[in-house]
Ligand binder design. Structure first.
Ligand code: GLN
Length: 390
């Protein structure tokens, strides 16, 4: 067992004794889930999957489908069209609340049921099957394998889905949903009933972590802009009325579902997923929340703590016969230019006037244009020649 798997395993054992909460009771098929199940999975930048516990257990994706359907709506319709039907504000209310804006009837955000039904209604396709097909295809791209709908859970949810139908009727009365109510809700029930494992969810999370590029399959699934929008909504609204506390304690965009799963995204680092069916009062899995919090602490994943690489890009200097070369690699952000300028100043002190310094930016994986422009400005202020290689 490698050290990260060992760490996952010990985190899992630490939360196993937590036996509070209860399985979701309002969808009969979910009420019957084995409450003892527990699993955790992490996917890193090279697509290596590490899973512990009941990693092969299948469960339905439920609300964790919401970020991916949002991704599809954003890709198909664009941000403005989506935001004309659904907001981007945390509701501070339970997942199934009637969180609609006064006058427009726009739901607060796409991570609660009302907003998700509105988002689903934006997906193209002539009927429920065509629409579900598009959704499942995109989710499969995120997961790196073909996913499908659990018909028993779908039937169970559809036959007890009065509250979601009521929400959809309200949305249609405001013109937020323009398609027939049944088309929107049946597609929504089907998207919630897609079967996944904790591993699938971790791969899906990792695809968001790497800007819409799946590190396991090497395929681009959505654009960076779409992935960023989805993560933003997850960060502010992904854990229902626990979203603020979650951001405080865990510091990661995340999404939970009533089947007991939680997926979390450490941008540029990891996709994480945990599963255990017993839920707390917010409808979030008790153990999944606890284990992701532990992991975030131990692996230093909180987004709002300092990350050295932004302020200290990799810089090396080659002496060279015809003048020195400063080589940059990794990512150069605006803050990182300070380090490069410090290196440059030190170098300039020991060079005869008129020397030429080369700045080799070819190995930079990512450059923010403002950062390079700032560096050029610094060079211009020195009595040195300058060549920028990009
Ligand atoms: N299918 C569930 C519902 O609509 C999803 C809710 C959830 O996971 N929070 O009620």
């Amino acid at each position: 067992m490698d050290s990260i798997t060992a760490l996952l395993s010990s985190a899992l054992e630490e939360v196993r004794p937590l036996d509070g909460g209860a399985t979701a009771s309002y969808i009969p098929e979910l009420a019957d889930a084995d409450p003892e199940r527990l699993a955790l999975s992490v996917v890193g930048p090279r697509g290596r999957v590490r899973s512990v516990g009941d990693e092969d257990a299948e469960f339905t994706i439920q609300s964790m489908s919401k970020p991916f359907v949002l991704a599809l709506a954003l890709a198909e319709r664009g941000r403005d069209a989506v935001l004309s039907k659904v907001g981007a504000e945390p509701s501070g209310e339970p997942f199934n609340a009637i969180s609609l804006e006064a006058v427009t009837g726009r739901p607060a955000n796409p991570m609660i049921n009302a907003g998700a039904i509105a988002t689903t209604a934006l997906v193209g396709g002539d009927d429920v099957d065509a629409r579900t097909g598009r959704i499942v295809e995109l989710m499969s791209g995120f997961a790196g394998r073909s996913l499908w709908v659990d018909e028993a859970v779908y039937a169970s949810e559809s036959s007890t889905g009065d509250r979601n139908r009521a929400l959809a009727h309200l949305l249609r009365s405001y013109g937020v949903i323009e398609v027939p109510v049944e088309l929107a809700v049946e597609t929504y029930f089907r998207q919630c009933s897609v079967l996944v494992t904790v591993r699938d969810l971790a791969v899906m999370a990792s695809t968001l972590a790497f800007g819409g590029w799946n590190p396991v399959t090497g395929q681009r699934v959505v654009s960076e802009a779409v992935a960023r929008d989805v993560l933003s909504m997850m960060a502010s609204c992904g854990m229902y009325d626990f979203s603020g506390q979650w951001l405080l304690r865990v510091g990661l965009p995340a999404k939970s579902g009533v089947s007991g799963g939680v997926l979390a995204v450490a941008p540029s680092q990891f996709g994480v997923a945990a599963f255990s069916p017993r839920l707390d009062a917010h409808g979030n899995s008790v153990r999944a929340v606890a284990v992701v919090e532990l992991l975030s602490e131990r692996l230093g994943m909180h987004l709002l703590e300092p990350h050295e690489s932004m302020a200290a890009p990799a810089v090396s200097v080659d002496a060279g016969d015809d003048g020195p070369t400063i080589r940059l690699s990794g990512e150069l952000g605006f803050a990182g230019t300070e380090r490069v300028v410090a290196v440059l100043r030190e170098l300039a002190g020991g060079l005869p006037a008129g020397s030429v310094v080369r700045l080799d930016a070819r190995e930079l994986a990512r450059t923010h244009p403002a950062a390079l422009a700032a560096l050029e400005g610094e060079f211009e202020g020195l009595p040195l020649g300058f060549r920028l290689e990009t």
